[in-house]
Write a protein that binds this ligand. Structure first.
Ligand code: ARG
Length: 464
């Protein structure tokens, strides 16, 4: 096949180089953005009188046909046409001849690919934002059902203080809310139109860049042609946002894996979201959660690939940058795969309320509250800490919980202890007295849930 750039060559490209150079295998997924961009560019060329109006019209209408044909599966892309940009241009010129050859006036593949990838990432980011909203509302639903489900909170994976499962879910709500905000921010920075940067140094044609930006729904245009073709910050930024999303999914997955173990038995995955063993008949494995945790690795890897790929390349475009696509596409695909399955998994899992409560009862999760009880009776906190430390030691020796001690035993540690200590160290008091803003108390959690619901609903209305 003749190359679109074949004029200065006297020899055909080596077959192996054709294969090596070609990106059509993976960049064909940007066909819609490429065609949309070309339609805007052609319209602008016609409007500015840079190419004849009839040619612009012919280009635009044939590009629409090509789009249709691709969507119907009637177009075969060619490896030796290298990438999606030249494939489409080649099909266009094969179909409409000279008019088609005028499309690339005042444009380079360097600004064309920069445009396509920006548009593609913005479309995908909007999809992922929607999935995050779904994730947030799933967590809020789960929280709503569990405001009274007391469970142990941990530090160092050692039982620390009692919380509720609702409070735990709402912690993840906060994380995904930040992820959502980060994606929106990232989309803002991606939302600038690079066409007109040319190969690297702009162009001598009187392009109307703002008109193209408007037609494509961009908020502005890039302000430096060198940067316009060689900036991939937005790709890296998105890869980073996606990594953070995976990190959050992975942390919850890890907890759910632990909690599914016989030792914890805090949750049980629905049969539809777990798998068995080919040899051990009793097994029910939390594979979905494990796979989400595992897939986090490839998303982190993609971020590292992108950072490393970019770090040594001089301005402006270099072919290295073709390597931006597979990693970011893979990160997008992975996150889009994980978020919905994660939602379904947590929505359907069984929460073992009794076991969570039992867990909270053991391990002296009310020791801080016992110390606080003494403080409220006038003891300095450090002294109270020591008294209760001794009490805990005694309990361990005698295999008792704090609330199991008789009044006589209690008094042997401090004579200011009275009957009301039993109430003060009950799990309900421990949770519900923690009523600062952001605390696990039922009333506070219910407020947080209301606020979250309001936020989620406001997104539905205001969503652009
Ligand atoms: N396929 C290329 C990429 O993804 C398009 C730009 C190629 N430009 C060039 N001069 N080789 O980066």
């Amino acid at each position: 096949m003749d190359k679109l750039w074949g004029g200065r060559f006297r020899k055909a490209t080596d077959k192996r180089v054709d294969d090596f150079n070609s990106s059509i295998r993976f960049d064909k997924r940007m066909y819609r953005q490429d065609i949309k961009g070309s339609i805007a560019h052609a319209n602008m060329l016609g409007k500015q009188g840079i190419i004849p109006k009839e040619d612009a019209d012919a280009i635009v209408s044939e590009l629409k046909n090509i789009l249709n044909d691709i969507e119907n599966g009637d177009v075969k892309f060619m490896i030796d046409a290298e990438d999606i940009h030249m494939n489409i241009e080649k099909i266009l010129t094969d179909r409409i001849g000279d008019a088609g050859k005028r499309l690339h006036t005042g444009r380079s593949r360097n600004d064309q690919v920069a445009l396509d990838i920006r548009m593609y990432l913005m479309d995908e980011t909007a999809d992922i934002e929607e999935m995050l909203v779904e994730t947030m509302s799933t967590l809020v639903e789960l929280a709503k059902r569990n405001v009274d489900t007391i469970m142990p909170g941990y530090t160092h994976l050692q039982k620390a203080q009692p919380v509720t499962f609702a409070h735990h879910c709402m912690a993840y709500y906060e994380m995904f809310k930040r992820d959502y905000a980060r994606l929106k921010e990232c989309r803002k920075r991606t939302n600038v139109m690079p066409l007109g940067s040319g190969a690297l140094a702009g162009t001598t044609y009187m392009l109307d860049r703002e008109y193209v930006a408007d037609m494509l729904g961009f908020e502005g245009v890039t302000m430096n042609s060198l940067d316009g073709v060689s900036d991939r910050d937005f790709v890296i930024e998105l890869a980073s946002c996606l990594s953070i999303i995976m990190m959050h999914l992975s942390r919850f997955s890890e907890e759910l894996i632990l909690w599914s173990s016989n030792e914890f038995s805090f949750v049980e995955m629905d049969d539809a979201y777990s798998t068995g063993s080919s040899i051990m008949p009793q097994k029910k494995n939390p594979d979905v959660a494990e796979l989400i945790r595992g897939k986090t690795g490839r998303v982190y890897g993609n971020l590292m690939s992108l950072l490393t790929m970019m770090k040594g390349i001089p301005l402006a475009y270099n072919k290295d940058m073709q390597e931006d696509k597979e990693p970011i596409f893979d990160s997008i695909d992975t996150v889009k795969l994980c978020l919905p399955v994660f939602c379904d998994m947590i929505r359907t899992m069984k929460v073992n309320v009794d076991n969570m409560r039992k867990g909270a009862k053991g391990g002296f999760t009310n020791a801080t509250d016992a110390a606080d009880y003494l403080v409220k009776k006038g003891l300095p906190f450090r002294d109270a800490h020591a008294v209760i430390g001794n009490m805990v030691f005694y309990c361990i020796e005698n295999n008792k919980a704090i609330e199991d001690l008789s009044m006589e035993e209690m008094k042997s540690f401090s004579d200011i202890i009275e009957d009301d200590i039993y109430e003060a160290v009950s799990l309900e008091t421990c949770v519900n007295d923690r009523n600062v803003i952001g605390g696990p108390a039922k009333k506070v959690t219910e407020k947080a849930i209301k606020k979250a619901e309001k936020f989620i609903n406001s997104i539905d209305i205001a969503e652009d």
